[in-house]
Structure formats: structure tokens, C-alpha cells
Design a protein around this ligand. Structure first.
Ligand SMILES: NC(=O)c1ccc[n+]([C@@H]2O[C@H](COP(=O)([O-])OP(=O)(O)OC[C@H]3O[C@@H](n4cnc5c(N)ncnc54)[C@H](OP(=O)(O)O)[C@@H]3O)[C@@H](O)[C@H]2O)c1
Length: 308
């Protein structure tokens, strides 16, 4: 079969050949999936770059999830993190059967390959990393124009949010997203007007870095705020002063593999996949596996999927 392989961190994955894995024995807890499509998520790129805590062995077979079919022909979504046969950028992958879920009727396989990972970011954050959010809560999404941020607008509403505020750099993009309110991040982030954030119950942070630091210093919460750190598009670190933590009613947590378990992810999968029916469809950029090396650095504003 064909596979993608990274033999040095930070290089483009190469199209390569490997032995097709055998169908696992019944009762092994594993299943073999014929891969139809697998998303090139920020997580996948970070792992290929050697910059994510969840990938530390070479050679590395990229891809963290995907859609495919079982031997029965059943279409499924699967999570490949922790898979014994490597990532999802290959023709066949063997994964734990707990990490496989039937694709609900009405969910487009390409949309699932592209957007279940972005969707999981806010779903897992709210389901596993918040406590007793008030009914009709209000939420601020830092990085609302990212794929994950856009999907979070629909999902947070589905999970009970009555007011959704987005923050990002691009005013035109923000205005097109159906947000209740938005905050345009200024080039000098400290001159941003963060006041709409004063009345939120929840902050989902895909940015971190200077924008998050400026927000945490400047906003004046009027209620208990749960702050969930999810992504670091803007930077890996901030200066989190003692005074900031003591002077504001903020509970901070992170959400990602490690702060939730793969079992928790598996438990949430059916709900996430059902929720995919309700989110807006977005365009998908398709790259055949054989072209992965040449097209790896291709810029696209749409989420890319690899098709073996
Ligand atoms: N923990 C989890 O469970 C989990 C799951 C999925 C993703 N993530 C993380 O969440 C983040 C978002 O992932 P994604 O795949 O949704 O990202 P994405 O779609 O690739 O996001 C790209 C967008 O982010 C915005 N952006 C980039 N750098 C920025 C900066 N310095 N300041 C402000 N905005 C910036 C840009 O929007 P504009 O051009 O409009 O400004 C850009 O179009 C990543 O860090 C990813 O690793 C975490």
C-alpha cells in the first residue's frame, strides 16, 4: 500500500510504500480501516514539524484522524492518535475499535475528514474542561476566523451559548461569521478594545501569545470566567502575572490530548458526529496522497484533506 512518511522532523512528508497491515484478529480490540480522506489539521502540521508534544518518534506517519470504511463497507470516522500502525495518511490504518464511530447518515465524508478535528476542539473543551457553566452562557472565541473558531460558533450555540463574541485580526472575515458581537484585534494588541469580553462566562482561546496576554491584562470581568486554552496560533507563551491571577475571577484550564483522555474523546465522538449535521458546510481543498511532498506547503484558505 502507499503511505506518507516523515523521516526528519520539519521536512515535507514523502509518498512511500509499506506493507498493507493484516486485518486484526476478532477480539483484539483493533480494526483495519481503508482510508478515504484524512485532514491536514494544525495538529498534523505541528507534529510533522516536530513541534507537538504528542509526536516524538521517527519515522513518523502523519495524520491524526480521518474517514474510511471497515471490511463490511460501513463508512466510519476514526481517531488515529495512539494507533499501532501510525497516522492516517496511508491507504490502510489499524486503530482501536473504541476510536471508530459510524458516520451518521447525512454527514458528508469530506466534511467530516476536514472538520471533525476543528469541531472536537470546542466540543471537548466545553464537555470536559468546564464546570457548571450557567444556562444561556456567553462565550468569547479568541481566533474566531480559524477553522476551529468558525465551527465553535455553531457548536457553542448548540451546547447552550446565547451570546457568541469572536475576536480575530480580520474585520471583514469576522463580520461574515454570524457572530453576536466581535472584537477586532489591533496590530498593537494592547490598543484593542477588549470591553465586550467583560461580560462573558467562557473564553475559548485558539491564539495564546500577545493577544491572550493583552486580553488577560486589560479585560475587567464582571462575573466568574472559565478560560480554556486550546490552541497557540499567536504564540506558545505569555507573561501571566500573579496580580492578574489574583485580581480577576478566572479559572484557567487547557484542553487537548492529555488534559482529556482518549477514552473521554471516544465517549464524546457520537455526539460530535451528530453535531456535524448542524454546522455550516465549508470548502475543502483535496490533495491526492501521491502529491503530498510537492503540495505540502501549498497555501489554501480552505481546510485540506489528503486522499489515498
Ligand atoms: N486542543 C485541541 O483539542 C485542538 C484541536 C484542534 C485545533 N487545535 C489548535 O487550535 C488552533 C487552531 O487550529 P485550526 O486548525 O482551526 O487553525 P487554522 O484554521 O489553520 O487557523 C488559521 C487562522 O488563524 C488565524 N491566525 C493565525 N495566526 C494568528 C495570529 N498570530 N493572531 C491572530 N490570528 C491568527 C488566521 O486568521 P486571519 O487570517 O483571519 O487572521 C488564520 O487564517 C491551532 O493552534 C491548533 O493546533 C487544538
Amino acid at each position: 500500500m502507499h503511505t506518507a512518511i516523515v523521516d526528519q522532523w520539519g521536512t515535507n512528508p514523502k509518498y512511500s510504500e509499506a506493507d498493507t497491515p493484516d486485518e486484526p484478529a476478532p477480539g483484539s480490540g483493533l480494526v483495519r480501516i481503508k482510508v478515504l480522506a484524512a485532514g491536514v489539521h494544525a495538529l498534523v502540521r505541528l507534529r510533522v514539524a516536530g513541534k507537538h508534544y504528542s509526536a516524538n518518534t521517527l519515522p513518523h506517519i502523519p495524520g491524526t484522524d480521518g474517514v474510511g470504511t471497515l471490511a463490511s463497507g460501513q463508512a466510519v470516522y476514526f481517531n488515529a492518535l495512539g494507533s499501532p500502525s501510525g497516522g492516517s495518511f496511508q491507504e490502510y490504518v489499524v486503530v482501536s475499535e473504541k476510536q471508530v464511530q459510524k458516520l451518521p447518515d447525512g454527514v458528508d465524508p469530506m466534511q467530516a475528514a476536514a472538520f471533525v478535528n476543528p469541531a472536537s476542539s470546542s466540543w471537548m473543551a466545553i464537555k470536559t474542561r468546564t464546570v457548571n457553566l450557567p444556562a444561556d452562557f456567553s462565550v468569547l472565541i479568541l481566533g474566531a476566523t480559524s477553522a476551529s473558531g468558525k465551527v465553535a460558533i455553531d457548536l457553542t450555540r448548540q451546547l447552550g451559548a446565547k451570546k457568541v463574541i469572536g475576536l480575530a485580526r480580520n474585520a471583514t472575515a469576522l463580520a461574515s461569521l454570524g457572530l453576536d458581537e466581535f472584537i477586532v484585534l489591533q496590530e498593537d494588541v494592547t490598543s484593542t478594545d477588549f470591553s465586550p469580553a467583560n461580560n462573558v462566562d467562557l473564553i475559548l482561546d485558539y491564539l495564546y501569545g500577545p493577544a491572550a496576554e493583552a486580553l488577560l491584562q486589560k479585560f475587567q470581568p464582571t462575573r466568574a470566567v472559565q478560560y480554556v486554552q486550546i490552541g497557540s496560533l499567536g504564540g506558545e507563551s505569555i507573561n501571566l502575572t500573579a496580580a492578574m491571577l489574583r485580581s480577576k475571577n478566572i479559572a484557567m484550564r487547557g484542553s487537548g490530548p492529555g488534559s482529556w483522555t482518549l477514552d473521554q474523546f471516544a465517549n464524546e465522538l457520537p455526539g460530535m458526529l451528530e453535531a456535524m449535521k448542524t454546522i455550516q458546510m465549508h470548502k475543502v481543498n483535496v490533495i491526492p496522497l501521491k502529491d503530498i511532498e510537492q503540495r505540502w506547503t501549498e497555501k489554501s484558505s480552505d481546510r485540506t484533506v489528503i486522499t489515498p
